[in-house]
Ligand binder design. Structure first.
Ligand code: PMP
Length: 436
């Protein structure tokens, strides 16, 4: 059994003065206790009790180069020695903007910010200012950060105060304390349903400023868009004068160097990016076409933030993106192959242990769930998964030396290798036996 004495006592200690005992609500759900990390390198992490894990949590996505990557660390330290932030302009932000517009097919210009939540706020603001319209179409099961104007009840993440929104019909605030009025401009639709999309957009085009969508529904089951669905979204929004925002906070620099829109060949008006962009250092951005971004050029739209584009964050993003771009982005093929091996190995092991389940994998990300279904291609089916069983599995996996999210989404980094995958499959075999 893993030792958790120190972790548990630290959590008790934290609760005295740290609200909730954790710094981000989702983290509190980890069992047997929210782990306290001591150090990490590459694909492996050590906690304060001395337990060691192969890490597929990867800080909820940012650590695409793994932990404490030497080249990234060097770049960050070098930047820090010259001053962390000036509140003035510096070369790093020019270089980063140039690189992002080179890498991202949809980007003529970028605006830097600190978190995915802020990037989404800015993208919505640009859309409303550009169109002069108010409404925003978003989809059930997608997550776009926790700002008041977009955060709806999100049962699958375990954050909801109220699950009534899960039928796709009603819009429920994501948390107590959020004004219901803040969501009055939201139109919430089921995702991957071309008919509903077309009918709604045509009926309300005069009021709709933007459609915002994860290009792959990573936050609920890693569900891929049906063939033609994103293309339809693009075609309708163009035709009807609606801004298309693809929220690539997870998929950006993960599904390919050019993100999901690069991989799928879709050109949204705006993308929001974050997580993997900084390799683990806080940075995000909105990238998009010149016409929309012009609203920042001419000060029609305010874009603010004390630490936006600070030297540490731009150095981290530049080092991360340059590392990912090496050898024509060959690391993507490597990560994908390893995750294909892992995902198919898990499917076989689930069969072996007679535990019905689904693993939805695309590139270096997948969602594993226990569910009695052949496939999971919509949010409604996804919600039928056995979340409690999966949380138990995640707890057993910790004991077997594997760190995963309690809710099913797995990430891989460029430094995971075949050894890690082999060890992980052996641990899963033992864990599924223990779960039964
Ligand atoms: N959009 C998506 C698709 C996300 O997955 C997340 C975070 N998981 C966000 C936005 C918000 O990003 P952040 O946590 O950096 O504010």
């Amino acid at each position: 059994m893993i030792k958790t004495d120190i972790t548990k006592s630290k959590f008790e200690q934290a609760k005295a003065h740290l609200a909730g005992g954790v710094a981000s609500s989702l983290r509190a759900s980890m069992k047997p206790a929210p782990l306290y990390a001591e150090s990490a390198k590459g694909a492996r992490l050590r906690d304060v009790d001395g337990n060691e894990y192969i890490d597929y949590l990867l800080a909820y996505g940012p650590l695409i180069l793994g932990h404490a990557h030497d080249g990234l660390t060097e770049s960050i330290v070098k930047a820090m020695r010259q001053g962390y932030t000036y509140g003035l302009q510096h070369d790093g932000e020019i270089e980063l903007a140039d690189l992002l517009t080179e890498i991202l097919p949809c980007a003529d210009k970028v605006a830097l910010s600190g978190s995915g939540t802020e990037a989404v706020m800015l993208a919505l603001r640009l859309s409303r200012a550009h169109t002069g319209k108010r409404k925003v179409v978003r989809f059930h099961g997608h997550y776009h950060g926790w700002s008041d104007s977009i955060f709806t009840s999100f049962p699958s993440a375990g954050l909801a105060q109220n699950d009534a929104g899960s039928d796709g019909a009603s819009i429920v605030p994501g948390t107590a304390g959020q004004s219901e009025n803040s969501l009055e401009d939201i139109i919430l639709l089921p995702w991957n349903d071309p008919k509903v999309l077309e009918e709604t957009l045509r009926a309300h085009a005069a009021d709709i400023a933007a459609v915002i969508s994860e290009p792959v529904m990573c936050n609920s089951g890693c569900i891929q868009p049906k063939e033609g669905y994103l293309e339809l979204m693009r075609q309708l929004t163009t035709e009807l004068g609606i801004v298309l925002i693809l929220d690539e906070v997870i998929t950006g620099f993960r599904l390919s160097l050019g993100g999901a829109h690069g991989r799928f060949g879709i050109k949204p008006d705006l993308v929001t990016i974050g997580k993997a962009m900084g390799g683990g250092i806080a940075i995000s951005a909105v990238a998009g076409n010149a016409e929309l971004m012009k609203l920042i050029d001419d000060s029609t739209v305010s874009h603010l933030g004390t630490l936006n584009g600070n030297c540490v964050s731009t150095a981290a993003a530049l080092a991360t993106l340059r590392e990912l771009a090496k050898d024509n982005g060959s690391v993507y093929e490597k990560m994908e192959q390893l995750f294909i091996t892992l995902a198919s190995g898990i499917r076989e092991l689930m069969k072996k242990h007679n535990l019905p389940g689904v693993v939805n994998q695309i590139g270096p990300v997948f969602h594993m769930m226990f569910i009695d279904a052949e496939e999971v291609t919509d949010f409604e089916t996804f919600n039928k998964k056995d979340g409690a069983k999966y949380a138990k599995f995640a707890e057993i996996m910790l004991d077997e030396g594997i760190l995963i999210r309690p809710n099913g989404l797995w990430y891989i980094s460029t430094v995971h290798g075949q050894d890690e995958i082999d060890q992980t499959l052996q641990a899963i075999d033992r864990s599924l036996a223990r779960l039964n």
